[in-house]
Every structure is written in structure tokens, then in C-alpha cells.
Design a protein around this ligand. Structure first.
Ligand SMILES: Cc1cc2nc3c(=O)[nH]c(=O)nc-3n(C[C@H](O)[C@H](O)[C@H](O)COP(=O)(O)OP(=O)(O)OC[C@H]3O[C@@H](n4cnc5c(N)ncnc54)[C@H](O)[C@@H]3O)c2cc1C
Length: 387
């Protein structure tokens, strides 16, 4: 057993950290508040190969795994730039395409995802279905050689920045007549696909949308994979990378908040010559949050290692646990940082309250803490399902 990164992973971490620090949290917040995207940072990360670390080399990627992508997510977040679209485009879309796309789909999409010139976002959530994906109501019907899609999606991140949306729909199984999941690569300018931006209380340069699919006509090759049977495994292929990278982003955000807070409490003096950090009422909550973040990081490392070793079922358990732990740790770390900074904690300048919305959302999305507890209760503890 080893807890060390390889020399290449160490170099990647240092290099991404340096890039993130060059931009920093003030850049991230300025972009968010002016309604812009982090275009420069995304483009530079793409040029340097960080967005394609997990994409096979024959399609322009780095040939690494989710361990490497988690390093990228964590280090950018630790520099104050938690980029949600890393979770959607390189983690979900690139993994699904690499594992289940046709050769033609891989050739068409992966090089652009690897260099950052293209983004593919992911749409599964629906207003009526919510956490219950069995109730998905977006349906794809045969239309000559192609497909006709109808349905509604909500909270879909980054549609305004992406060339395609990977839409989870259902098709009728010709043998059973039942509906089964299928994934479609839908161009964001497809006729019949419209969107409206949701107002979210999150300081973020990335936006969420309601999507309306009204008779969206697609060619046959918009269906992800060689046949309809690719749908279910393709959907599951995206889930572990999503959970692991979103956890890494949470752990990075927690580290960032604790670092900002520790710098402040080590130097701020209001009772004579001692720093406020000398008071255990201030330092213990910070130390407690640091322990939680570090525990989450261990679980992330375990989940990513299992996933990259092809041990998908074990990675599923570890990935869910990592996501739960990191979501809780990030929320605790940011809230604690705000508290120990006092009034400064609520200012934009000190750059911690700006993360409150994002870490709060991290306990809900992409899978809520309750649904993870359900998963652990049933699959690890053998409890009966209540829903
Ligand atoms: C910032 C942000 C970005 C997002 N980006 C995307 C995206 O890019 N693509 C996408 O497809 N989706 C996206 N989502 C949606 C996200 O995945 C969902 O919000 C999440 O899965 C929860 O679904 P819901 O909001 O419908 O909650 P609901 O399912 O309505 O649940 C509401 C509450 O009830 C709880 N609950 C529900 N069922 C149970 C149960 N059986 N047991 C215990 N508790 C239960 C939930 O945990 C939750 O707390 C995003 C959401 C946010 C906030």
C-alpha cells in the first residue's frame, strides 16, 4: 500500500496548482459577477493538456485516468477556481464516449474535449423525476433512420458554453415494449431544443438551465454507442467519474477555505499580543474541518484508484462515500472559515463567503447526501429499500 502519488502525478499537481494560483479566486469571482465564463483559464488548461488527462492518447489526451483528472479538479479548486464543467465535460462526457462511443463518435468529439476547444454537458435531471431516474420522461422515438426527442430537463450546467448536450432519454425496447435508457449527443443549436437560464444563488461563472426538447430531430448516429444496448452501461460509466471528480472539487474547495482562514487567524490580533488562532475556540473548528477534508481526500484517492483499476463496483461504493464525505467536509470548511474570519468572512474581498452557495449545492448535486445514505444503507448495510 502506498499513499504517494507517482512522480508524474506529483508534477501534474504542482503544475495545475501553479496555473490555478495565477488566476486565483478573485478572477473566478470577477467572471461570475460579470456574467462571464472562465474562458481564459479553461483554454489555457486545455492547451496544457490538463482537461484531457483522462482521455486516451490516440484521441489527443494524456492517457491517464480519473486519478489524474481528480488531481486537476482538486488543485484548481484549492486555488479558488472550482470549475464545475470539469465534472461534466472531461469526467462524464469524455468517459462515456471513450468507453461506449462508436469509433466515429470518439474521433469526432474526444480531441476537442481533450484540448478544451469543445465542451459536452450532461442532462439527466428532470422536473418530475428528480432523484428518481426510473421516472425519466424524456422519450426518443424512431423517425425514419433517425430519432425524435421530446422532454424537459432542469438544472443543466453549462449549456450556453457547450457544442453538445449528452441527453439521457428513454426508447421503447422492441423486444419487451418497455422503455430503457439511451444517451443522445444533441447539438446545442438543434432545432426544437430551447433553454432558459435559472437564477441560482451560487457565485459561479457556470450557469444552470431548463431545457425543452420539442420534436428535436436527430440523425441515427446521434445515439451514443453502436446500439440501444449501450445506453445503460454508458449511463453507469459516467456516474463514478462524476462522483469522484465532484468530491475532488469539494476537497480542493475545503483546502482553499481552510488556508484562507488559517492565514487570517494566525495574524489577526484583537486581545493584546496573541493571535485569534491561539484561542482554541477558533483553532479547533478549523483543525476539525482540516481533519474532515483530509479524510475525504483519502476516500477520493481510494475511489479513483479502484476506478482506474477497473474495479467498478467497489469504486461505486468508494466514490459515493468520497462524494458524501467531501460534500460535508467542504461545507463545514467554508462555513468555519467564514466564522473565524468574523465580519471579514462575509466580504467579497476575503473570498470565502463567495463559496457558500457552491458548497451548499455540493450536498445536493449531482447526487444528494440522502440518496448516498440510501445507497450505503442498502448496498453496504443490507437494509431494505423504502422507496
Ligand atoms: C448547481 C447544480 C448543478 C447541477 N447540474 C446538473 C447537470 O449539469 N445535469 C443534470 O442532469 N443535473 C444537474 N443538477 C441537478 C442535480 O443532479 C439534482 O438537483 C439532484 O440530483 C437532486 O434532484 P432534485 O433537485 O430533483 O431533488 P429531489 O429529488 O426533488 O429531492 C429533494 C430532496 O429530497 C431528498 N430525497 C428525495 N428522495 C429521497 C429518498 N428516497 N430518501 C431520502 N431523501 C430523498 C433529496 O435528497 C433532496 O434533499 C444540478 C443541480 C445543481 C444544484
Amino acid at each position: 500500500m502506498t499513499f504517494d502519488l507517482t512522480p508524474e502525478q506529483d508534477q501534474l499537481r504542482d503544475a495545475v496548482r501553479a496555473l490555478g494560483r495565477r488566476y486565483g479566486h478573485s478572477y473566478f469571482v470577477a467572471k461570475a459577477k460579470s456574467g462571464e465564463h472562465t474562458t481564459e483559464l479553461w483554454a489555457e488548461a486545455g492547451r496544457l493538456g490538463y482537461l484531457g488527462v483522462n482521455i486516451p492518447t490516440e484521441y489527443g489526451g494524456g492517457g491517464g485516468g480519473i486519478t489524474e483528472l481528480a488531481i486537476v479538479c482538486e488543485e484548481l479548486a484549492a486555488a479558488g477556481c472550482p470549475l464545475l464543467l470539469l465534472v461534466v465535460s472531461p469526467a462524464i462526457a469524455a468517459t462515456v464516449l471513450s468507453r461506449h462511443g462508436t469509433e466515429e463518435q470518439r474521433k469526432r468529439h474526444l480531441p476537442g474535449l481533450a484540448d478544451g476547444s469543445q465542451k459536452i454537458v450532461f442532462a439527466i435531471t428532470e422536473p418530475e423525476a428528480g432523484s428518481n431516474f426510473h421516472r425519466l420522461g424524456t422519450v426518443a422515438r424512431r423517425d425514419g433512420d433517425g430519432w425524435l426527442l421530446n422532454g424537459r430537463k432542469c438544472y443543466i450546467s453549462g449549456v450556453d458554453e457547450a457544442g453538445h448536450v449528452l441527453v439521457v432519454a428513454r426508447t421503447e425496447d422492441s423486444s419487451t415494449g418497455k422503455l430503457k435508457p439511451a444517451l443522445f449527443l444533441v447539438p446545442t443549436d438543434a432545432p426544437g431544443l430551447t433553454r432558459s437560464k435559472l437564477d441560482m444563488e451560487i457565485v459561479s461563472p457556470e450557469n444552470q438551465f431548463l431545457l425543452y426538447l420539442d420534436d428535436v430531430r436527430l440523425p441515427a448516429d446521434a445515439l451514443l454507442g453502436e446500439s440501444l444496448d449501450a445506453g445503460l452501461p454508458a449511463l453507469f460509466a459516467g456516474l463514478n467519474p462524476e462522483r469522484i471528480t465532484v468530491a475532488a472539487m469539494g476537497a480542493g474547495t475545503g483546502r482553499y477555505a481552510i488556508e484562507r482562514a488559517s492565514e487570517y487567524t494566525a495574524t489577526r490580533k484583537v486581545w493584546g499580543g496573541r493571535s485569534i488562532g491561539s484561542h482554541q475556540g477558533v483553532s479547533h473548528p478549523l483543525a476539525h474541518a482540516a481533519v474532515q477534508v483530509e479524510l475525504a481526500r483519502l476516500m477520493i484517492q481510494k475511489a479513483a484508484t479502484l476506478y482506474d483499476a477497473g474495479r467498478d463496483l467497489e469504486a461505486g461504493v468508494a466514490g459515493n462515500m468520497a462524494k458524501y464525505a467531501a460534500g460535508e467536509a467542504a461545507a463545514l470548511a467554508v462555513d468555519t472559515a467564514v466564522q473565524v474570519l468574523g465580519g471579514a468572512g462575509m466580504t467579497t474581498e476575503y473570498g470565502v463567503a463567495t463559496l457558500l452557495g457552491a458548497v451548499r449545492a455540493g450536498r445536493i448535486a449531482p447526487v444528494s447526501r440522502e440518496m448516498i445514505l440510501n445507497f450505503v444503507a442498502q448496498h453496504v448495510l443490507g437494509q431494505e429499500k423504502s422507496y
